[in-house]
Write a protein that binds this ligand. Sequence first.
Ligand SMILES: Nc1nc2c(ncn2[C@@H]2O[C@H](COP(=O)(O)OP(=O)(O)OP(=O)(O)O)[C@@H](O)[C@H]2O)c(=O)[nH]1
Ligand SMILES: [Mg+2]
Length: 463
Amino acid sequence: MIENDTIAAISTPLGEGGIGIVRLSGPESFNIASKIFEISSKKASGFPVDRFLYHGFIKDFQNNIVDEVLVAYMSAPHTYTREDIVEINCHSGIFTLRTIQKLVLEAGASLAEPGEFTKRAFINGRIDLSQAEAVMNMVRARSEQAVKIAARGLQGEVTSKVEKVRESIIAMRAPLEALFDYPEEFPEEELSVISLTVHIEDLIGYLKEMLKGTERNRAYQEGVSVAIIGKPNVGKSSLLNILLQQQRAIVHELPGTTRDVLEGYLNLGGYPIRLIDTAGIQGTIDPVEKQGIDLSRSAAGQAKLIIMVLDGSENWSEEDQEILNLRQQDQGFIIVINKSDLKRKLKPDIFSKYLPDVNIVEASALEGTGIKELEEAVVNQLDRKYQAEKFGESPIIVTIRHEESIKHAVEHLEKAKEITTEQPLELVSLELQNAWDKLGEITGDTINEDLLDKIFKEFCLGK
Ligand SMILES: Nc1nc2c(ncn2[C@@H]2O[C@H](COP(=O)(O)OP(=O)(O)OP(=O)(O)O)[C@@H](O)[C@H]2O)c(=O)[nH]1
Ligand SMILES: [Mg+2]
């Protein structure tokens, strides 16, 4: 599966910045780069010396200077892709980066597909598939916790656990296979079915342990959506702004100010949070407002946690009751009684009646009181939802793909365990083989080309 062409792409974000990098990988990397790179020092003997930085200029084919750059050449196999790599460090301007990319393509490179550098690292055996996915998780990490989980994945923690189980499966299958191949030499009576069953049970336990905390790790990695809902004018947008510490949404004394779903990102207790402000929910005949309210309902439906805002200076209403009914069983839920700077009208008995166990925070978005308490309530609810144990001791399965493979492997092992008592042992061996295959999908050892392509397509360009 070794690919032979030389690929290139801009590997840093497209935007103004100190440095931008155009990266090449493949056997022609150096030849291609040298067509457009003019080294400044005439004394640079032996160019290119492996892993040295060379100062010089990128020139187009009409000999015009495009940019002043530093170029590094790294020879195979000790590189990210295990191929020859050239990195052109230029000034990070969109036009400069694009021009240099265009020049290397004209000089013979082909444009890398998203994730193709990492795919080559996988194909060439430098990393396995779970490590490649950890690379993507690292790039996307939006909190300290997410970085820690990705770093553990990068070091091959998932792989080593999975490989341990796969080795045990091989060890279990060996006597079974010997029995099928040489029945005279290995009489069936000598095979301990009981010890086989115990072994399989151990593996099932080990794999199930790996699945614990999956949802939480995914929450750290992918973030959690939290929707702020409530009647018009209760202060939802004011709360969004104060939590985000920026004027993200328009706040106005007129009810029905927010018409669309707005969102912003923040970090609370290690959770990257997508905070969603919604249009105030009420009965309306205005078609635009109606559409906004439909969006509010659907945002509420998709959120992991709902913050329902009430205006403490008003009484509980039927509309509040309707909004309360949007809450689903598996969602976290917090009530904010806002406008606590005003005279309180909302009667406390309403909560004992409708919301006996609910988490209530009193706040004033105007004066900034109760916000810390609200943040703590959010983290508490998420910790409870994801059963956060002490971080670091937990397993690190993050992706749904890994989770599915492990679950399937467990199913095969459970089948294998069942049939050990009934025989035939050929079927036990087959189920063990299936479990082994399923686990191999995690490391990429047993995976088909289409799935591989699908995984790497999700990577960003230049990675
Ligand atoms: N006194 C007081 N006024 C507040 C407080 N929070 C918000 N307000 C005011 O209430 C009005 C409505 O605030 P918004 O944040 O726009 O309310 P909203 O819930 O987003 O309203 P819609 O977008 O119309 O659904 C504005 O005039 C705010 O200044 C508060 O804690 N105390
Ligand atoms: Mg609003």
